[in-house]
Design a protein around this ligand. Structure first.
Ligand code: ATR
Length: 280
């Protein structure tokens, strides 16, 4: 019987998830469809109840529902619970179980480029919002402990660190101070919205002291190359955009739902093709 999956969010019309998942269902011969569902904040509880009732087999959760959905689910995985956000819901024995594949998605994408084991590297995360939290918690849970954070609001960064159940050696810095030390980091992860429309020409941090040995990863994928990545390339640094994280977070959800591994390269190609048509 046809299984129905989907993504709930507001807005949702421009989500690239449906095309990415539907292509893989078709390619792998899985009888399933993935649909975008526009759900307003006030309707979230009804929507979840309705999805349960009509037999939705699993779904993704995006802005603004990633946190609010938690009390509406039957169970939640420990990492998602620690992060306080769910992006993937799996239906198991008629129960909705919440997961967070954002941090793991980032890690898999990074690992694809990095090749060697990541352990004692010095890491700087720029930003302290939801995405930063998923990445920070996931990296710490994997034993990568030398992670500093800089953010516009230091208070928010302090809160993020204090809420983390995993052990780490983290220094919190202003973006100004972090920029002076940027050359000492092996990996810089940009998680703020600076670089996205309308701030496409802005940098969240100055790269004046960057050197070619630092790997700069920006989780933004629209535009495909942010001002930060453009600038980092001028210093000879290796860079990565957010396509990999987006594709892997989706692939991890796909695997949880179907038990089958989708084709990562094919998913990436499709997403990039879509973005080339729509990039601002
Ligand atoms: P997400 O879930 O995508 O991470 P978020 O939780 O709203 O989104 O977090 C946004 C991040 O971008 C935060 O780190 C935010 O900094 P503050 O905590 O100081 O608000 C950062 N951010 C957003 N707009 C910014 C701007 N114009 N300059 C610097 N940082 C910005």
């Amino acid at each position: 019987m046809l299984k129905v999956y989907g993504v709930i969010g507001d807005p949702i019309a421009h989500s690239l998830s449906p095309i990415m998942h539907n292509q893989e269902f078709e390619a792998l011969g899985i009888d399933a469809k993935y649909l975008p569902f526009h759900v307003k904040e006030k309707d979230l509880a009804d929507a979840v109840k309705g999805m349960k009732a009509i037999g939705i087999a699993g779904f993704n959760v995006t802005i603004p529902h990633k946190e609010a959905i938690i009390p509406l689910l039957d169970d939640i995985d420990s990492l998602a619970k620690a992060i306080g956000a769910v992006n993937t819901v799996v239906r198991k024995n008629d129960r909705f179980i919440g997961y967070n594949t954002d941090g793991e998605g980032f890690f898999r994408a990074l690992q694809e480029e990095w090749k060697e084991e990541i352990k004692n590297e010095r890491v700087l995360i720029i930003g302290a919002g939801g995405a930063a939290k998923a990445i920070y918690f996931t990296l710490l849970a994997k034993g990568i402990t030398r992670i500093d954070i800089c953010n516009r609001s230091l208070e928010r960064a302090e809160r993020l660190v204090s809420e983390c159940p995993y052990e780490g050696k983290t220094k919190i810095l202003t973006c100004n101070d972090a920029s002076k030390e940027i050359g000492n980091y092996d990996l810089v992860i940009q998680t703020t919205s600076v670089g996205m429309h309308p701030l496409v020409h802005n940098l969240p941090i100055s790269l004046e002291y960057l050197n070619k040995n630092t790997f700069v990863s920006d989780i933004i994928y629209n535009p495909l190359e942010t001002a930060l990545l453009k600038e980092a390339k001028k210093y000879g640094a290796k860079v990565q955009n957010g396509i990999g994280m987006f594709v892997y977070q989706g692939a991890l959800a796909f695997e949880k739902w179907t038990g089958k591994a989708p084709n990562i390269q094919r998913m990436k190609k499709t997403v990039i093709k879509q973005l080339r048509g729509t990039t601002c």
